[in-house]
Design a protein. Structure first.
Length: 409
C-alpha cells in the first residue's frame, strides 16, 4: 500500500474504490491479487491505521460479523484467513425455531462435511487484519482520510473531485460507501426501499452455559432473535445478540436496566442457552430492505450495502457482498485477458449476470424469513411451522437452504 500526502499530485488510477470498510478493503485486496498490474486507489473518509496484530485484545462490548463457510473460502484465497482465524469463533450448528409453535430445524456442519457452517469475528479484529494486509499491498494507493465531493462521467471513465480540490481520473469507479451512499444518490441511481417497521438491538451477552459453537435463530411474532457464539473455544459463554423489535418499542429496551433487559430476553428466548447473566453496551439501527435499481453503468459498479442492504436475519449481508467482490475481480480479470477495458460495460454486465441469481435468492431468503416469521396471522403460523418441519423431513430442501445460507451454492 502506498499513501498519498495532501500535496502529492494525483495521477489516474485503473480502479478507484470509494469506501474503506470491510467490503471496500476486501475488494481492493481481491483485485490486487487478480491482477498485480492494476493501479488501485482506495478512498476512505476516516484514517486507516493498521494495529499490531499480536497486541489485539478482545472486548466484551465489541461489535461482530458473521462469516459464512463460503466467505472463509474467499478469505483463504486472498491470504487473510490464517491471520483472521487467530481470534474467531466457529459456528458448528444453527438451531432454527419458532416461539410457541411445534417445528424446528438444525443445520449442522458435519452433515455437510464442514468444520463449521460459519464463523463469528469481532469487527475490530477483522478491521486490523484487513488494514495490515492493505499496508502490505504495493499496488493499492490509500487516500485516508479523504472525501469525494463529486463524481462525473468522462469519455474514459470517471473524474472524481476531492473535498480539498484535487482531482482523480479512473477507468472504473466502485461505490462501496454504505447504505446511505451519497455518491450513488448524486449520480441519480434510485433505490427500492421497503421498511420493516423494525429496529435491531445488538449487544453481547453472557450466560451460565457454554455455547458449544451453537447459534440460534428464534422467530417470534415481533421479529427474530439471533444468538451467535462468541469467544475463543467452545467453553466460552458469550454470545452476540441481535434482537429485532417493532420500531416503536426499541427505546424502552435500550434505556431499561440490565436486569430487566435480560429478564425480558429470557422470557422471549427461553433457556436453551441457560440463564442470561450479563449484557454489554447496546446498539440499535432501523431495519429495511434497500436494493439499488442500477448496480452497473459503463465504468461504474455499486457494491456492498450501497447495492443491497438486507435485514440481518440469517446474517447474509456481508457474505453476499464478499461473493460479489470475488465475482467482480474474476470478471474484470477475464475481461482484461480478452483485451477489454476494466470499465467496459460488457465486462460489467457479465459480472452482474453471474451474480443476479445469487443476489435474488439471498434477498428473497432474507425478506421471506422476515415476512413469514414476523406475523401473528394463524394461517402464516401454520405454514411456516410446516415449512420448518419439512426441512428436517425433506433432506434435499434442507440441503439447498443450508448451502445458500453458507454461501456454497
Amino acid at each position: 500500500m502506498t499513501a498519498s500526502s495532501d500535496t502529492a499530485p494525483l495521477l489516474s488510477s485503473d480502479i478507484v474504490i470509494v469506501g474503506g470498510g470491510m467490503v471496500g478493503i476486501s475488494l481492493a485486496l481481491l483485485l490486487a491479487r487478480e491482477n498485480p498490474a492494476w493501479r488501485i486507489t482506495l478512498i476512505e473518509s476516516f484514517p486507516l491505521q493498521p494495529q499490531a496484530l499480536r497486541r489485539y485484545q478482545s472486548s466484551f462490548d465489541a461489535r461482530s460479523t458473521a462469516l459464512s463457510a463460503g466467505s472463509r473460502q474467499i478469505l483463504e484465497a486472498c491470504g487473510l484467513w490464517s491471520a483472521l482465524s487467530q481470534h474467531i469463533t466457529p459456528i458448528r450448528q444453527v438451531h432454527v425455531s419458532d416461539k410457541g409453535h411445534f417445528g424446528g430445524s438444525v443445520i449442522a456442519a458435519h452433515e455437510h462435511g464442514l468444520q463449521a457452517v460459519g464463523y463469528v469475528v469481532e469487527n475490530a479484529w477483522f478491521g486490523n487484519v484487513l488494514a495490515a494486509a492493505l499496508a502490505e499491498a504495493p499496488t493499492i494507493n490509500l487516500l485516508a482520510p479523504a472525501r469525494v465531493e463529486c463524481a462525473a462521467a468522462t469519455a474514459e471513465g470517471y473524474r472524481l473531485t476531492l473535498e480539498d480540490g484535487r482531482t482523480l481520473d479512473t477507468a472504473l469507479l466502485v461505490l462501496a460507501d454504505g447504505a446511505q451512499s451519497r455518491l450513488r444518490d448524486q449520480l441519480g441511481i434510485a433505490v427500492n426501499r421497503k421498511s420493516y417497521g423494525q429496529t435491531a438491538i445488538v449487544a453481547n451477552i453472557s450466560s451460565d452455559r457454554p455455547h458449544r459453537g451453537v447459534a440460534y435463530e428464534r422467530f417470534t411474532a415481533e421479529g427474530p432473535v439471533a444468538l451467535l457464539p462468541l469467544g475463543e473455544g467452545d467453553d466460552s459463554a458469550t454470545a452476540v445478540l441481535i434482537w429485532t423489535r417493532p420500531a416503536h418499542e426499541h427505546g424502552e429496551l435500550l434505556e431499561c436496566g440490565d436486569e430487566l433487559f435480560l429478564q425480558r430476553l429470557q422470557t422471549l428466548f427461553g433457556y436453551r442457552q441457560g440463564r442470561f447473566l450479563r449484557v454489554g453496551e447496546r446498539y440499535s439501527y432501523p431495519l429495511e430492505l434497500s436494493v439499488a435499481k442500477e448496480q452497473i453503468r459503463r465504468s461504474l459498479v455499486v457494491m456492498g450495502n450501497a447495492a443491497h442492504f438486507l435485514h440481518p436475519v440469517a446474517g447474509q449481508g456481508f457474505n453476499l457482498a464478499l461473493r460479489d467482490c470475488q465475482a467482480l475481480a474474476h470478471s474484470l480479470g477475464l475481461g482484461v485477458r480478452r483485451g477489454q477495458d476494466v470499465g467496459d460495460l460488457a465486462v460489467l454486465e457479465e459480472y452482474l449476470q453471474q451474480q443476479e441469481r445469487d443476489q435474488a435468492l439471498t434477498i428473497r431468503l432474507s425478506d421471506g424469513f422476515v415476512q413469514g416469521f414476523s406475523s401473528t396471522n394463524p394461517g402464516k403460523a401454520v405454514l411456516r411451522n410446516l415449512g420448518l418441519l419439512a426441512l428436517d423431513l425433506v433432506p434435499p430442501a434442507k440441503g439447498l437452504l443450508a448451502k445458500q445460507t453458507m454461501g456454497l451454492l
